[in-house]
Structure formats: structure tokens, C-alpha cells
Design a binder for this molecule. Structure first.
Ligand code: FE2
Length: 346
């Protein structure tokens, strides 16, 4: 038996490994001509503040969001419970109300000051948008000054400023509870029209489209705070909560699995926004998401919106998320939103 010889010098003649081709990128769409003043104009919206839900089972809903999801009760007023995030100064990021039905009560956004609240309310009112509550002092935890209106789908929206911050702290390494509300996604039978509405009045800027299915809109450096999905009926698509980092996001995902809540889709990584995701069916089949590592857009003028294909290599960049059939099936059997054009009682 002859010993094999190994010649290190021969390695130099070997074929080198292929270069990493980089992530698959879609073709960029040419930016539409936008007046410089529009680019520079600051949005009258600073962030998404909270989502208010109604449920037929308040105890079970609070038990889920507090006991498993990682929020905590910051206040209670009769049949309304306010839930905060450990890492957020927002007085609460979710509000849950006992009712005889499941519905989305409202989505709330923050404004920089009272003048922005008044200006937005006046502009909407003068353009014929239905105002549900004129600007005034809010009788809710954190107080503040705000108003409510119905968007073109009949969705109730609150905008407020001067809300008192609650105590908050940094999330520790390994602590798998939400740091803050990341973003809200809504369904609309007229997604392009609703995108135009929120661009016009909220000054939101388009970050990307996912084909013609979903538009991602920003009011800050976060890639999206609001996204609008094309759907047969208006409703809430999902609510996303930001975790500290990938490790904490995975620990949270694992906690859900251990409590019998397998992800409907995920864990995975999107292309649009570059964020990671695990989607779950929450109480009343409201879809909630753990996310982190959302893309930041530092240079407004340099950003060119893209149109991402919805194929798996883009929508599930890691290839770990599964087909998502359970998520889409849940959305299909979700009843139409009952709260459209109906002011919330709280
Ligand atoms: Fe999301």
C-alpha cells in the first residue's frame, strides 16, 4: 500500500471557491419626481402608538398578552385593560376591551406636538374626512391631546401628542419580551388608494412594495411603521412587536412553541425591511408577530423604493419559514371587520 502524498503547493492551482453572489435583488423602480419640499417635509406622525382590540373573552386575551406574549398590565378601567411593553415609554402598546364581539377598536399614532394634531385634524376635516372626535384632552392612561377620524375604509384612527411616558428600561440580553410596538399592517380593498391617503395626510413615505400586494410606509428611519395589504375586505392584517435582537426573538418564538402556539409562518427573514418574523394566531385569531432587525433608512433622499417579488426566496430568505398556508387560511376565514365606521365606546 502506497502512502498518498499531499502537496500543499498544488492548492494554488485548485479552482477557487465561487464568490458569494450577494443577496438576490429585485430591479429598482425609478423614483417618481417628487418636489424637494415634499421630500424634506417632516411627517406629522412620529410613530405608531398602540392598537385597541375588543374581545368576547377579556380574561383569556389578557392572559395571553401578559402571560405568554410578554406585555404587562399597566392599568385597568372597568372592562378595559391597558398593556405596556417593558422597553417602551408608551403608556401602553395594546388596549383590550371586553365586548360581545371581536373587533378592532382603533389604531393610534403619535404626533410631535399639539399643533400637528390640530393641523392634521383641520386638514382632514376640511377635505371631508369624517372626524369621530375633535381634538381635545384624552381621558386615557398617559393623557395627552388627540383626535379621532375614520380613514377611507372606515377604520377608526387616533392621533395624539403630549402623552406622558411610563417608566421603561433596556431589555436585557436573553430577555424575550417585546421592546416596543414595531408596526401595524392593515388590509384594504383599495390598497393603492389607502396608500395615497396616508402619504398625503400622514406624510408617510413609501419604502417598498411587495408586488402589488403590500406597501410598506415609514414615518421615521424605521423601514415601515404602517403597511397596507391588498385584501377583499378592510381589517387588521397583523400587529408586530419588536424584540431586542435575533436571540431574544428566537427565544420568544420558542416560548410560544412551548405553550402550544406553533408559528403560522416563521421563523424567517423578509426581504422588504430585512426583518425577521414569526407570526402567530393570538386570541380571536388576531395575528401577532415577533420581529427584530428591521432595516433603517438613514438617507431619505437616496432611498429608492423597490418592488419585491413574493416568491419564497424573497419572502423567506432563510428558507426556514414553511409555506405559510396556515396563516393565509386564517386570514381567509377571519370574519369581516365589524368596527368600520363605528366609533369605539372608549
Ligand atoms: Fe410584519
Amino acid at each position: 500500500m502506497t502512502a498518498t502524498s499531499f502537496d500543499p503547493a498544488g492548492l494554488a492551482a485548485a479552482v477557487p471557491p465561487p464568490p458569494w453572489p450577494g443577496p438576490p435583488l429585485p430591479p429598482a423602480i425609478a423614483p417618481a419626481p417628487v418636489p424637494a419640499s415634499e421630500v424634506a417635509r417632516r411627517s406629522p406622525i412620529t410613530h405608531v402608538r398602540y392598537v385597541a382590540l375588543a374581545t368576547a373573552d377579556l380574561a383569556a386575551t389578557v392572559a395571553f398578552y401578559q402571560g405568554i406574549w410578554g406585555l404587562y398590565e399597566v392599568g385597568r378601567d372597568g372592562d378595559v385593560v391597558f398593556l405596556g411593553a417593558v422597553g417602551s415609554p408608551e403608556p401602553y402598546v395594546a388596549r383590550v376591551r371586553q365586548a360581545g364581539e371581536r373587533r378592532t377598536d382603533l389604531i393610534a399614532f403619535g404626533a410631535p406636538d399639539r399643533a400637528a394634531v390640530d393641523g392634521l385634524a383641520a386638514r382632514l376635516g376640511s377635505d371631508g374626512v369624517r372626524i369621530a372626535a375633535e381634538p381635545g384632552t384624552l381621558q386615557l392612561p398617559g393623557g395627552g391631546y388627540g383626535f379621532r377620524f375614520f380613514d377611507p375604509d372606515g377604520r377608526l384612527v387616533e392621533v395624539s401628542a403630549d402623552v406622558a411616558a411610563k417608566p421603561f428600561r433596556e431589555i436585557e440580553a436573553g430577555e424575550s419580551v417585546p421592546r416596543k410596538l414595531s408596526h401595524v399592517v392593515i388590509n384594504s380593498p383599495d390598497a393603492p388608494g389607502l396608500v395615497a391617503f396616508y402619504e398625503r395626510y400622514f406624510g408617510l413615505r413609501l419604502s417598498d412594495w411587495l408586488e402589488d400586494r403590500m406597501a410598506f410606509l415609514r414615518c421615521s428611519a424605521d423601514h415601515h411603521s404602517l403597511a397596507i395589504a391588498a385584501g377583499p375586505v378592510a381589517g387588521l392584517n397583523h400587529v408586530s412587536f419588536e424584540m431586542r435582537d435575533i436571540d431574544e426573538y428566537m427565544r420568544g418564538t420558542g416560548r410560544m412553541v412551548r405553550h402550544g402556539h406553533a408559528p403560522l409562518w416563521g421563523p424567517g427573514r423578509h426581504s422588504s425591511g430585512d426583518n425577521v418574523y414569526s407570526y402567530f394566531a393570538g386570541p380571536d385569531n388576531f395575528v401577532v408577530e415577533y420581529t427584530t432587525a428591521l432595516e433603517r433608512i438613514a438617507d431619505e433622499d437616496a432611498w429608492v423604493p423597490r418592488v419585491w417579488p413574493a416568491s419564497p426566496e424573497y419572502a423567506d430568505r432563510w428558507g426556514t419559514a414553511g409555506p405559510g398556508e396556515d396563516l393565509f387560511a386564517l386570514w381567509h376565514r377571519t370574519p369581516p371587520e365589524s368596527g368600520l365606521w363605528v366609533p369605539a365606546p372608549v
